[in-house]
Design a protein around this ligand. Sequence first.
Ligand SMILES: Cc1cc2nc3c(=O)[nH]c(=O)nc-3n(C[C@H](O)[C@H](O)[C@H](O)COP(=O)(O)O)c2cc1C
Length: 300
Amino acid sequence: MASITTSVGSFSLENPVILASGILDETSGSILRSLRSGAGAVVTKSIGISERKGYSTPVISEVGTGLLNAVGLSNPGIDNFVEEYKSFPEKKKTIVSIFGGNVEEFVTLAGRIEEIGFDKVELNLSCPHVKGVGSEVGQDLDMVEEIVSEIKNRTKLQVWAKLTPNVTDLIALAKASEKADAYTLINTLRATGVEIYSRKFVLSNTIGGYSGPGIKPVALRAVYDVYKETGKSIVGVGGITTWQDAIEFFLLGARAIQIGTALLYEDYSVYSKVNQGIKKYLDDEGFSKLEDIIGAMVAR
Ligand SMILES: Cc1cc2nc3c(=O)[nH]c(=O)nc-3n(C[C@H](O)[C@H](O)[C@H](O)COP(=O)(O)O)c2cc1C
């Protein structure tokens, strides 16, 4: 059978299917459950400096083609996270997602997770930026560049820069974060929804993030554009539910993929289903390893 091992930067994975940040990963127990069910790696819910309760309900709303969510970065804060995860057994298969409002916050969080033995961090660059007016951290190119460089200079962590699709020039954003070891593409799309009889927005926060099957074409385009331009390691995420979806991302340059929203509809068997499907596709198409199809459709 074909080999589905892969690598992202210098991280070697037994298989390319990763749990995305923010879905079924709020506790160390739920994270372990994904690993035991066959995920090659997992990303934690994004952790910030202080505990945040998040927005009031409704924070999630289904639309025909996916989900709208505005959870409000609810998280236990770094002190509680360190307490819960300091003796976590699977640190090498876990990428810790962090968010902050400025460079110092990101650097502090990165240092704290390195201290307890994690070696990989995913930067959630899509949280609201307090200095700019209503923009996201990830839209401020100078700040993104500084966050990535400072974490690379001050820690030994492998850095995955998770970029926001809510920009007109994704390549400029990728270039600003080029010191990262890999890109994670994409976070949710800014979106809203309306309930016509109550005449209310479907989310308490009015604006939220759109995820699920409807965003897959946007995520594929982002992977294609960034791979074509940079050739760097990319982790694809956005609307992946089946092995066929995963193959599309590999052909356009992703070296691994993440599954988020699909886990709310499927059960934990989704990891093994996707992995089995990838293996069978490679065998049926005459490839001996996953590596052979990564970026195969992109002329560089
Ligand atoms: C309920 C929910 C919570 C999320 N929380 C986070 C988060 O804390 N940090 C982050 O980087 N992305 C977060 N995301 C975004 C996902 O990691 C992923 O990038 C996005 O949903 C697209 O993938 P999907 O279509 O497979 O869900 C969240 C998504 C959902 C649906």
